[in-house]
Every structure is written in structure tokens, then in C-alpha cells.
Design a protein around this ligand. Sequence first.
Ligand SMILES: NC(=O)c1ccc[n+]([C@@H]2O[C@H](COP(=O)([O-])OP(=O)(O)OC[C@H]3O[C@@H](n4cnc5c(N)ncnc54)[C@H](O)[C@@H]3O)[C@@H](O)[C@H]2O)c1
Length: 437
Amino acid sequence: MRVAMIGTGYVGLVSGACFADFGHEVICVDKDKAKIDALERGVIPIYEPGLDALVAGNVRAGRLKFTTELKPAVAEADAVFIAVGTPSRRGDGHADLSYVHDAAREIAAAVKGFTVIITKSTVPVGTGDEVERIVAETRPDCDCAVVSNPEFLREGAAIRDFKHPDRIVVGTDNPRAREVMTELYRPLYLNRSPILFTDRRTAELIKYAANAFLATKITFINEIADLAEKVGADVQEIARGIGLDNRIGTKFLHAGPGYGGSCFPKDTLALLKTGQDHDTPLRIVESVVAVNDTRKRAMARKVSAALKGEVRGKTVAVLGLTFKPNTDDMREAPSIPLITALQDMGAKVRVYDPEGMEQAKAYISNVAFCNDAYDCAQGASALVIVTEWEQFRALDVARLKDTMERPVLVDLRNVYRAEEVARHGFAYECVGRPRKV
Ligand SMILES: NC(=O)c1ccc[n+]([C@@H]2O[C@H](COP(=O)([O-])OP(=O)(O)OC[C@H]3O[C@@H](n4cnc5c(N)ncnc54)[C@H](O)[C@@H]3O)[C@@H](O)[C@H]2O)c1
């Protein structure tokens, strides 16, 4: 199959490279010339484990190309994916569909022969109908089918997720489009990944329901963590105790500083807006959004408590800036409101992240960017672990103590054991576990 991927961001680049790896001929299109130039030089614009080798291998094999020219890429294609951004619209929180609509217009003007136009971007229910309307308006003679195929990959494990998905969701009633989609995903189908064919609106809503459910799971365990702290229980054992029940499952039950990232915050908000538009309030998701919003900044109070309220003028070291490990993505990262809150309390902030420092510069200011964890800890009165990168899981605690002003560890990801750090003379604060100082 000949595939054109419109939008070469996280999802477009990973999906494009994986489809090429399945043996399809893929051309990734982006308006961002610097991004395409970099890709043509073999430079990957994002940090995602394994992506550089996957891209390089498929470029070498002649199956993966990059361009800024949408028209010829689309004209040649059997399948055109829309993988552009759908950020929160400034002011009202609805998904901003302007990139999707613009892409649909450009694609419609360029298609030749029967073409399947597939929305991979996360879009509110009914967007497929609007894309179909735009296509018909732009090219009344166009022989196209508009399909929904939401993407469920996770940053940091994106290639594995794309190649071994729990399921593939395809929303279409068109038999010709169904054939094309089956062909595109044949290698996965052979691997027994289930393809769920639904109507288009159902497929669109599956994506939001999935993200809202996962965000709810995280927020639920975070609130249980708060209660566990008050009553002297251990949230990690509670998570295990409930997670081993197959009806609940162990995933997404790690208490922490609240969810962030490029998807959950904007998608939960967009789902609420869809609910409001259809006079169907989604009260559970409303609570999840509100609880999570306040949680991130509230984490600064944990730091303050660990410092017995004496934050002003003190140096706080923050380890991990990205919204999760193994990505350089800073979108909606919990570190951002935490750092701002610490600065509001009068703290001087030093930071370190293995991959996210460059991206972080656009989101945080008046902080010292450091070379590694130990450099970051220098002179600090508290060390805060915000993102659980592998290299922060086995820090030399004695070395940290030597370099810090005061031995205080605030572990927002529960990666250390209280007894272990206490043995080195550290005061220790974590999330939802009994505090042992
Ligand atoms: N990031 C994730 O983990 C993830 C997972 C599942 C779904 N999604 C969804 O996938 C979509 C894309 O997300 P992303 O994180 O890859 O976004 P991104 O911002 O990283 O990339 C989008 C790209 O599209 C390009 N673009 C915009 N309009 C264009 C046009 N008309 N022609 C060509 N290029 C154009 C932009 O320049 C940008 O490079 C979003 O709807 C998102 O919600 C993301």
C-alpha cells in the first residue's frame, strides 16, 4: 500500500515508520520545514527509544520518505492519514480542529483515484462527518472514504505499542475502506491483534472514553493515596491488593503527582466539552479534571512540609521534568506547576532531566539547568523526584547527602524505600505511604 502521513509529529512519525516497517511505501509530510530537513539528514526531532534505528532502516530500504509537499504525496497514495495536532483551543478547552480541517481541505484538493482518508489524530465525535463534508465541498467529484482510526500508543513505548497493540479500532461503514484498512494492518492482524470495526462515531468516542477511564484510574489511586497518608496505610500495597483483581487490573494505579502529557489533560477536557454540547454532563470526568488540576501544584506543599515550612530562600533540586520517563515531551508536565509553586514560595530551583532539558526551556524560567542528578543536588535543602527516569532509581544517597545543604528527599514517584533513605540520615516524604523519618 502507498501511504501518506500528514503531520510528522509523535504519532505521525512513529506510525509512518512502523507502517514502512510492515512493508508499505510511506511518505511523511509536515509543514515544518526544519523538522523535515532534520529527518532527511537522519536527525529524529523527538526522543523515543528505538525510533532512530527504525527510521534509518526503513529510509535505507527506500520505504520511508519525508517531504513538505503534500500534493504529490497525497496524489500517489491509497491511504492518507491525518496525524496533525488537536490541542486544547485557547479560551474554551474544546479540541482545536483547525489543523485537521486545513489538512482535510488540502488532501481533498490533491487526491487522485479512490483514496481512504483516515483520521488518526484524537478528534471529538462527529469530526469524521465534518471532514467528509469538507472533502465533498472542496472536491465534489472526489472518490474518497473518511475513516476513524484512533491511536493508542504511549510515548516512551510507542513502537512496541504500535506493533503489538491490545486492539486496533477502525470506524467505517464503507466496505472498500474496510478492505484497505485490513490490508494496512495485515501484519498485526496475523499477529492476532484484534481489529475492532465499528461505525465512525463509535470509534471516535472509544478514544476519549479510553483516555478518560485511564485518567480516572490514576486520579482515583491518587485520592486513595491522600487518604492512606492520613490514616497510616500504604497506597502501593492497596494498589496491588486491588489491582490483582482481574476486574480492576494493576496498570495505571501508581500514585504520584497527577497525570500530565500531551493527551490526558486535553482529551479529558475535550470530552467534557462534547458532553456539555450534547447536554450530557460527565460528572466523573469533571471531578477527575478538577482533582488532577489542583494536585500538581499541591505537590509543592509536600516539599514545604518536608522543609517544615521554611522554603523562602532555600534551594530545591528537581529531578525529572518531562511528563514521564523515556520521552522529551514537556506538554502539561506536573513539573511545571510544581516548579512555579516552589518559586512562588520563594525557593531557588535547580533542575535536571536526562532528555527534556531543551524542551523544558520553553516551559520554565529562572531555574538553574544542571548537568546531572548530583550537580542538581548541590547546595539543595530538598531533592524532589518528579519523573521516575531509570537513572534516578538507584542514586548514590550518601553522595547526595554530602553535596546537599540538608538531607531531605521528596519522592513523588515512590521509587525509594523509607527505611533505606532514613538509614542515610535523610528526611523522606513520599506519596500515600507511611512516613518514616
Ligand atoms: N503523542 C501521543 O502520545 C499521542 C497518542 C495518541 C494519539 N495522539 C493524538 O495524535 C495527534 C497528533 O499528536 P502528536 O503528539 O503527534 O502531535 P505533534 O504536535 O507532535 O505533531 C503534529 C504535527 O503535524 C504538523 N502539521 C499540522 N498541520 C499540518 C498540515 N496541514 N500538513 C502537514 N503537517 C501538519 C505539525 O507541524 C506537527 O509536526 C493528536 O490529535 C494527539 O491527540 C497523540
